[in-house]
Design a protein around this ligand. Structure first.
Ligand SMILES: Cc1cc2nc3c(=O)[nH]c(=O)nc-3n(C[C@H](O)[C@H](O)[C@H](O)COP(=O)(O)OP(=O)(O)OC[C@H]3O[C@@H](n4cnc5c(N)ncnc54)[C@H](O)[C@@H]3O)c2cc1C
Length: 876
């Protein structure tokens, strides 16, 4: 006699519903049930986390997690495009398209839907949401006729949607009700830095704006009227104002729903209805909805284990795993939003009596804050913006719950190249709960490719945020085994910077599209997308080879944000203006002109360690006017924004000083004028001292020159900063001509062979043979490259142009400086955000402190505030 198997029905074929089926099949429970899945969307489960990748190819193919055939192969029936309308929990039956379906066990995985605020006009044409493939198709369609787009909502998903609109070529704006972006994950300073970085990319960010209604626009399809009387016009709108649990089906069926929505579940993921489970974003556990995929996956595992237990209790299966319980989930996240790295761990917004360590590197656009408990011994939260290198170590420390072994500040001082300090049991992939030990075990077993590790451990196959760490663990494990590892610059290229340079030079490549088509990894997207690692590297290589205008049509999209605006974004959202003052020599007329310009635009002025005058506090929209006045007075750009030559510092030399033996100022000016505009792997600093008293501190520079009775001594590869290094004596008593030809060769050899963002000091240490090898290449011409290196440098010098001068003739560039869609309504810079001290303006948020206040603060245990600035541009 044939005995019918019990019926297991799953409603919802999103990421979590699919993971549930995978887990079920992995434990072979599908053999004991008739399994049926109903999904309302027309496609089987796809990777919603990577949804935006749809725009790379206008296709969902690469996102699909399974096909209907895969389900069938497991004996699972998948119905697509079928919405379940009703549950009768007493009769244990569902209604789908008017038909009745019986169940013994039911799993609700109905996910969530985007919340559209009840604003008048929210249903107008091209007012869309960002959740499904269908939504993205609609956005793509609307973008074909739109020029501008607004995203309502500045949270995680809103910024992702803004990224997509911007990539579709729309003038993009984000409108947020709260006074900061990503208010769930970031604290106010982290949110502020993120805003500045996003604005620097050319997107508008409008905070504290409550949209009251959407009506017809005058210059665009819609006008958003805000409660403060201001307005913004746009052609399309994407609502991303949060998600709401999709609980309509359960609600209509009298299953318990939380006060603010969500299907109430217990630790076993059971709902109030007998034999009905709920998992994923529709489920409410202890008053919490989890809007990330990892907790949903954990719930799926719990539900499968509970179903297995049920079979066990009925003696149908023998025990394989214990029944799990859901105990909550860590909501730490690491993401790249609009190219900006952002991470938050635990209590990222702080809490009462917390101690903290804060690091703000204004030049680099990096902000990091650690929250510690009141004893300062335990890490309770962290927020990282601009650089998230420490995320894996911090997360491991936070999740371990162990007391800190070192002062907390050391957690933020990690050396980039240092090995990961992860414990074996540290969770690396929180989506699939994969530990470091799990990955190491598979690497040792011979799985050396990221793809192999993904498939055998599932690490990095959820949100993908841990992929870089997984790769690092693979590399470190292989190195520990004495095996060679790959050294590609990023996920798009198998080549390092040196190899890419060589390819561009040999094959005359001067455009990213061509480089990508010819040399990107197999499997990279066919579109020349690249990323914010390979694009600026390519831009730097092209500039070193040809020294063309960096913002020309071919190169503009490759530049990082400082280069794109030819200015350094500061922490208050303003920009610095740094004209070149070669050798630190400046005429009284130029000093007066600079002072008058600074006064006119109310700029803070500071003489820097590089012997020039930085002007801070310029509004983005004022940059072109300030620069045109400076250029009219004979100034040119100082490249403070670029990875290029910064300054050549000098002492007064033998023209004025009793001890000077050579004209150090004259040489410094000549050197600065020769190498200005050279784009290199990292910034380069020079100094020239007129005698061995070394007043210009030349030995702490990349290129240091010290006068002797007979000529010049050349020192190379020194630097200041966090790990100071004295330069090495390279050659002695050189004539000026010899000196310049050696510097030409050294800098061009460095530009060709250094790794991305490698200072000359680290580069020299990485050269096999070190200083002696470099001397053999440059002085003895051991590689036969001397002529080529020199002629390459001549070409760079000959093609020099002041980028600001060129840019002021370029209308497309100038358009970037009008920040608002409605320029005549652009607000004036808010003078209230500045305070005046020592007769100059400072951002109020900079908390200018007196010496005694700083002393007092440092004596208060545990309240450590560190502001780390570029040593040259440091304000204190
Ligand atoms: C753009 C974007 C980026 C994201 N980025 C991240 C990230 O970086 N990290 C992260 O952790 N999470 C991220 N998320 C969130 C993540 O995608 C979700 O947590 C995850 O998809 C939730 O899965 P789910 O199965 O619970 O719900 P869903 O994926 O919403 O799936 C539910 C499915 O059920 C179907 N359904 C609903 N009602 C019925 C019914 N009555 N009958 C039949 N079918 C029904 C729905 O149509 C849907 O297909 C992102 C989400 C988006 C939209």
């Amino acid at each position: 006699m044939r005995v019918d198997k019990p019926k297991l029905v799953i409603v919802g074929n999103g990421m979590v519903g699919h993971h549930f089926v995978e887990q079920l099949c992995e434990q072979q429970l599908n053999r004991h049930y008739d399994v049926t899945v109903f999904g309302a969307e027309s496609l089987p489960a796809y990777d919603r986390v990577q949804l935006s990748k749809y725009f790379e190819s206008s296709s969902a193919d690469s996102l699909m997690l399974a096909t209907q055939a895969d389900y069938a192969a497991q004996g699972v029936v998948l119905h697509l495009g079928q919405q379940v309308n009703n549950i009768d929990q007493h009769k244990k039956q569902l209604t789908v398209n008017g038909e009745t379906v019986l169940y013994d066990t039911l799993v609700l995985a109905t996910g969530s839907f985007p919340f559209v605020p009840p604003i008048k006009g929210n249903d107008r044409r091209d007012c869309l949401v960002y959740r499904t493939i269908d939504d993205l198709e609609a956005i793509e369609q609307a973008a074909t006729t739109a020029k501008s787009g607004v995203v309502i909502g500045g949270g995680l998903l809103g910024l992702e949607a803004a990224n997509a609109l911007s990539a579709l070529g729309l003038d993009t704006h984000v409108v947020e009700f709260a006074p900061q972006l990503m208010s769930v994950q970031l604290n106010d300073r982290g949110g502020e830095l993120l805003k500045q970085k996003i604005e620097a990319l050319g997107l508008g960010v409008h905070l504290s704006k409550a949209t009251q209604e959407i009506v017809d626009g005058e210059r665009a399809q819609h006008r958003l009227n805000f409660s403060d009387g201001s307005w913004l016009e746009t052609d399309m709108i994407v609502f991303s104002a949060g998600i709401r649990p999709q609980d309509a089906l359960a609600r209509a069926s009298d299953i318990s729903i939380g006060e603010r929505g969500g299907i109430v579940i217990d630790d076993c993921c059971r709902t109030s209805a007998k034999d009905v489970y709920a998992i994923g974003e529709c489920a409410l556990w202890q008053q919490q909805i989890f809007g990330l995929v990892a907790p949903g996956y954990q719930m799926a595992k719990v539900a499968v284990s509970q179903i297995a237990k049920h079979l066990l209790d009925n003696s149908i299966v023998s025990p394989t795993t214990e029944a799990l319980r859901f105990t909550g989930a860590d909501m730490s996240t690491k993401l790249k939003l609009l190219g900006v790295d952002v991470a938050s761990i635990g209590a990222s917004r702080g809490f009462d009596n917390a101690q903290y360590v804060e690091l703000s590197d204004v030049q680099a656009g990096v902000y990091k804050k650690l929250w510690l408990d009141e004893t300062g011994e335990y890490l309770r939260g962290a927020v990282l913006v601009g650089n998230v290198d420490e995320y894996p170590n911090l997360l491991s420390q936070y999740l371990s719950g162990d007391a800190l072994e070192e002062p907390a500040v050391t957690l933020l001082m990690a050396d980039d190249s240092a090995p990961l300090a992860l414990k074996d049991n540290a969770i690396v992939c929180s989506c699939h709960q994969v530990t470091k030990a799990d990955i190491v075990e598979q690497v040792v077993a011979g799985n050396h490719q990221l793809a192999e590790i993904k498939s055998c451990t599932k690490a990095a196959s959820g949100c993908g945020g841990c992929a870089a760490v997984v790769q690092q663990i693979i590399d470190e494990t292989m190195q520990a085994q004495g095996l060679e590892t790959e050294s590609g610059i990023c996920c798009h290229f198998d080549y390092d910077r040196q190899a890419l340079f060589h390819l561009c030079q040999v094959e005359n490549i001067n455009d990213f599209e061509q480089l990508y088509q010819l040399h990107a990894k197999n499997g990279s997207s066919e579109l020349a997308l690249g990323c914010d690692i390979c694009k600026p590297v390519a831009a730097s290589i092209f500039a070193t080879l040809e020294n063309e205008y960096v913002l020309n049509e071919n190169h503009v999209a490759l530049q990082d944000s400082n280069d794109a605006y030819l200015g350094n974004l500061q922490k208050d959202g303003s920009y610095s203006v740094v004209p070149r003052v070669a050798g630190g020599e400046i005429t009284p007329d130029k000093l007066i002109a600079m002072g008058q310009i600074a006064k006119r635009y109310d700029l803070y002025t500071k003489i820097t360690g590089g012997q020039r005058i930085d002007m801070f506090g310029a509004a983005l929209s004022d940059l072109p006017a300030i620069w045109s006045e400076l250029i009219a007075e004979g100034f040119e750009t100082g490249h403070a924004y670029g990875k290029s030559l910064r300054t050549v510092k000098s002492c007064v030399g033998n023209t004025w000083c009793r001890y000077g033996v050579q004209d150090s100022v004259g040489l410094a000016i000549a050197l600065e004028n020769r190498y200005k505009g050279l784009r290199s792997p990292h910034k380069i600093k020079f100094a020239v001292s007129g005698c061995t008293r070394e007043c210009a501190e030349a030995q702490s520079k990349d290129i240091g020159v010290i006068a002797t009775e007979k000529g010049w001594n050349l020192f190379v590869c020194g630097n200041g900063g966090m790990r100071p290094r004295h330069g090495d004596l390279f050659a002695t008593d050189l004539s000026t001509e010899q000196l310049v030809s050696y510097i030409d060769r050294i800098l061009m050899f460095y530009s060709k062979t250094a790794a991305r963002l490698q200072r000359t000091s680290v580069w020299l240490e990485s050269l096999a043979g070190g200083l002696e090898y470099l001397q053999s290449v440059v002085i003895e011409n051991s590689l036969g490259l001397a002529d080529e290196l020199e002629s390459q440098m001549h070409k760079v010098a000959a093609n020099y142009q002041c980028e600001w001068k060129t840019s002021l003739q370029d209308d497309v560039f100038l358009q970037r400086f009008s920040e608002f869609i409605n320029p005549k309504d652009a607000p004036l810079i808010d003078t209230k955000q500045y305070q005046y001290q020592r007769s100059q303006k400072f951002p109020i948020s900079s908390e200018v402190e007196t010496f005694s206040a700083v002393n007092h603060k440092l004596s208060t245990l545990g309240d450590i505030a560190i502001t780390q600035l570029d040593e040259e541009e440091a304000l204190v």
